[in-house]
Structure formats: C-alpha cells, structure tokens
Design a protein around this ligand. Sequence first.
Ligand code: C5P
Length: 312
Amino acid sequence: MTWSTRGTIRIRRRGQRLEAWAPAKLNLFLEVLAKRPDGYHELETLMVPVTLFDTLELEEDPTGRIEFSSQVVPGLQAAGTSTAVLPEGAENLVVRAIRLLRQRSGTSSGAVVRLTKRIPIAAGLAGGSSDAAAALAAARRLWRLPRSDALLHELAAELGSDVPFFLGGGSAVCRGRGERIEPASSGAPLHVVIVSPPAGLATAEVFRHCRPAEAAHRVVPLAQALARGDVVEVGRRLFNRLQAPAEQLSGWVGRLRNEFDRLDLPGHQMSGSGTSYFGLCRHAAQARRVAGWLRARGIGKVYAAQTAAGCW
Ligand code: C5P
C-alpha cells in the first residue's frame, strides 16, 4: 500500500478509489493583531496537526457529475446547536473545493465523494478546512492534474483561512489571514488530550467579540521551545487571544479550563475559536490516563492524540 503525502494530508489508492486522511489541528498560540479593511483579522498563530482524522473517499466520474455524501460517527453530532450541523451538498466545503478545482483547472471530469466525519464540527479543530484541503489534494491526483502548488494554495486561501495550513508541511506559524505559512520545527511529538464539549461556537461571532491586542504577544519563544522539544516551556507559553471572548459566549470554555486546572499538566488552553479545549501532557501514558479521567466527567468527546509532523 503506497501513501503519498500532500502537506499534512495522506492519500492512498484503493482499487478505483482514492482515500485521503485529513487531520485536525490545534493552535498552541494565537494572537489577533488588527482588523483589516476586508473585515478579517491579522493573525499570528502556531498550529500543529494532530492524529484525529476525517477520511474522504473519491472515485472519478467521467460524466462530470459531482456527487457528495457524508456520514458522521455516532455521538459526534449530539450538540443540537445550529453551528454543529455538518453542511450538506453544495454548502459543504468539500463540494466547494472540488467544484472550484474543476472550474479553475478546466477539467471535465467529475467525482463521487464520501466523507466520514470524526473531527468535531464547529469546534476550533478546523475539520472542515482539513477536509477541503484533502479534497483539493485528492481530486488533483484523481484527475491527474499538474502538481501545481501555486493553484492548490490559491484555491485553499479562497476556501478559508485555515485551509492553506493543511497543504503545508506540518507544524507552522501562520500569519496574515492564515495563508502566509512558515514551517515550525518540532523537537518531539507532543501528547495531548482534546475535549470537545456538546456546544460549539461560530468563528465569526468569536472574532466579533475579540478586542485586538494593545501589546501583542509574540510567537517566537513558544516556537523555540517547540523546536527544542521542551514540553514544559511549550506549556508555559501556550496562548490564545480568542479564549477570553469565547468564555463570554459559551459557559463550556470556562468549565473546561476549571477541569484542566485540577490536573497536573504542563499547560492547557482552548483551540482556535473554540470550543474545543486541550491539555498538553508529558507523555502518551499521561495523555491516556487524563483522557480516561475526563471521559468519566461527562463533559464532551475526549480524545488522546499526538502531534503529527506532516509525514507519519
Ligand atoms: O475564513 P474563515 O471562513 O475560516 O473565517 C470565518 C470567519 O471568522 C470570517 O468570516 C471572519 O469573520 C472571522 N475571521 C477573522 N479573521 C481571520 C479569520 C477568520 O475575522 N483571520
């Protein structure tokens, strides 16, 4: 079985089909610098892919049809909030990605696409963005299009702020809207426990409640600690400017902070615009133990995972 990797996305052929694995991400650092004329915020963020995956299966359709279906693993969509519903059909970022690539590459081929969703939705883990990056990378291969990084990257940036990250090489500092990517080296894999509570938040809403920094935190000390593999220092340097506004909007975020405060971990914080929350652990055994303890607390879906370097 041969895998090819496109940034953080892994793709393999299974008979007529391609299977793509799309990882979640965590933000170890996220500073909101200023609001731009286009309404977006200038960011400085350090993101790491983690071993929690959605999968996409694609089969070529020579008639040019694009057909999409999805299944959500049991228990994932328990939230009952409108933000936590997986968009279907043309609204789904996977369909938008495939349509965009077909249009801009000029191919007349189509695809039958099936998405299996394991990454919590509207949770700050960028599952939808990762799915879109996987769709671009896999459809490019399915349709035997030229390996043009420039086109994929351009389409990724159009689809969403987090999409280009997943086509990059793994852990990265992302600036601008998120599309300017600088690889970050990682001295050792980080072991984490992620909790996604039953209610999510809409990214735009969290940004609306965020006041950009007057004195900005800088990512460099955390990036250096990550490069050294110094988990204690990484834990001390975790930062997310969006956490305070998210705590105002959802009681879950403060509740998770309190739960993690009771544990002896190097650090913990919310990921992205929430509401998922993660704790940094010293090693895999601690991550498994903490995950077991948190599962018994009944505060949402709990995952023990580790960072993924980009090719694993
Ligand atoms: O680009 P994406 O669809 O991920 O962003 C969702 C929303 O989050 C945007 O419409 C915007 O309101 C907000 N956002 C922002 N600045 C960013 C990224 C997102 O204000 N850098």
